[in-house]
Design a protein around this ligand. Structure first.
Ligand code: SF4
Length: 264
C-alpha cells in the first residue's frame, strides 16, 4: 500500500472519516477558506525562505495568491464561520510577522522547504511533504518543522506518528534524491527532531527526537491501517475530538444506521 502521511493522520483521527473521504470520495470537492489560507501561507513562507527572508516580499506573495488561489491549484468553495477575505489576510500577515521574528531558526541552515518524498516502509510506501527541513551542524540535529495555521496543539507530540513518519523518511537514502545540495551520507549519524510550529500564535512546540522505537510503531500503525482497509473496518472516533472539524458531522455520519433510541 502507498500511504500518504495525511491519510495516516486522517485514519488515526477517525477511520470513519477516512472511509467517507478517501474510500467513498465524499465531499472532497469542497475546499474551505481556512484550508486555502494554509496553502497560500505555506507558499508565502517558501518564498520568504528562498528569497532572502524578505518579509515584505512574503506578504505581497501572500496577497497575490490570496486574490487568485487558482494559480496554486486552490479555490474557496465556502467560508468558515467568522472568516472573511480581509480578516484572513490580516491573520496571514500577522503570522508572517511572527515567523519573521522567530530568532532561533536563524542559528542553523535551511535544507529545504516543501520537500516531497516517497520512501519504502516495510511492504509499503510512505508519501508526504515536509514543510521545512533545517540543520544544526553544531549539535548534529536535523529538524523537521511542520506549520499549522489553525489546528489545536496535540498533547503528546513526543509520540505523534506524523513526526515519526517525517523523521523516518529523512533516514532513508531515497529521500535525499529530491533534496538539492545535500546527501544521505551527510546526516547518517545525526539525530532527528520534530517541531510543531503554531503559526497563529507564533510558538514552536518541541515534538522531541525520534528513534528506532518510534519507527517500529509507525510501521505497526501502517500495517494495522492496511489490514483494516482490506477488511473494510472503519470505526468511528470514540473521543469525538475530530467531529468538530469533520465535514461529515451533519448529514452523513450517523444518518446511515437506525436510531437506537427509537422503540421498535
Ligand atoms: S462526525 Fe466524527 S465520528 Fe463521524 S466521521 Fe466525522 S469525525 Fe468521525
Amino acid at each position: 500500500m502507498r500511504v500518504r502521511q495525511s491519510s495516516l493522520k486522517l485514519f488515526g483521527d477517525c477511520a470513519r472519516q477516512y472511509y467517507y473521504s478517501r474510500v467513498l470520495n465524499l465531499g472532497d470537492e469542497l475546499s474551505g477558506s481556512l484550508t486555502v489560507l494554509g496553502t497560500v501561507f505555506h507558499y508565502a513562507v517558501e518564498v520568504y525562505e528562498n528569497y532572502g527572508y524578505n518579509l515584505e516580499l512574503a506578504k505581497s506573495t501572500f496577497d497575490y495568491y490570496w486574490r487568485c488561489p487558482e494559480q496554486l491549484g486552490e479555490r474557496i468553495d465556502f467560508w468558515h464561520r467568522r472568516s472573511t477575505y480581509d480578516n484572513l489576510r490580516k491573520r496571514a500577515h500577522t503570522m508572517l510577522e511572527r515567523y519573521h521574528a522567530l530568532s532561533p531558526w536563524k542559528k542553523g541552515k535551511l535544507v529545504g522547504t516543501e520537500v516531497h518524498f516517497i520512501v519504502p516502509l516495510g511492504d509499503h510506501e510512505l508519501e508526504g511533504t515536509i514543510d521545512k527541513l533545517f540543520m544544526r551542524p553544531g549539535i548534529k540535529v536535523l529538524e523537521i518543522i511542520d506549520f499549522k495555521t489553525s489546528a489545536k496543539v496535540p498533547e503528546k507530540l513526543s509520540q505523534n506518528v506524523q513526526f515519526s513518519a517525517y523523521c523516518y523518511a529523512t533516514e532513508r537514502p531515497e529521500f535525499w534524491d529530491n533534496v538539492t545540495g545535500f546527501s544521505y551520507d551527510q546526516f547518517i549519524d545525526w539525530k532527528r527532531q520534530g517541531w510543531w510550529f503554531h503559526a497563529r500564535n507564533g510558538k514552536m512546540f518541541n515534538a522531541g527526537y525520534r528513534t528506532e522505537e518510534h519507527y517500529k510503531r509507525l510501521l505497526l500503525a501502517v500495517n494495522a491501517m492496511d489490514e483494516a482497509i482490506k477488511k473494510e473496518v472503519f470505526p468511528l472516533t470514540i473521543s469525538g475530538e475530530s467531529c468538530g472539524y469533520c465535514p461529515f458531522a451533519d448529514g452523513v455520519c450517523g444518518s446511515e444506521v437506525s436510531n437506537p433510541t427509537e422503540v421498535t
